[in-house]
Design a binder for this molecule. Sequence first.
Ligand code: FES
Length: 145
Amino acid sequence: MVALIDGDAHAATMPNFQHLIFVCTNQRDAAHPRGCCNPDGANEIRNRLQAEIKQRGLAPLARACTAGCLEQCELGPTLVIYPGDSRPPIWYGRVRPSDVTRIVEETLIGGRVLEDLHIPPDWLNTRGLGPPGDGANPQPAPRST
Ligand code: FES
């Protein structure tokens, strides 16, 4: 069998990603009960992230990728940041294009989680209802503009 990539040589010349960011750009009909993260199809969050990463010289070790539905629609627009080490992914919801600079500066560069955007692990895959067992589990209020 022939190896396509020499593992040792590849590791020496190709550093791992420091951040892989998946941005939901899913579009749905406006009447869909779950909503969607990219209603106008402009991909503005992903495009701004990509531009800011490039402008700050963080590429290619940080990359903003287009993703389909990340299944957190009720908390959208959503994105998930996979640090390039063993830390768990960081989920952000209710993201606005104007949040992109903060995400880059605070999270990608500074290593800090933005609490106002953070989706806690026990909220994932709850369709915006939050963890069970604590009462009404109201869907969080939409962010003010
Ligand atoms: S449409 Fe964005 S998470 Fe589902």
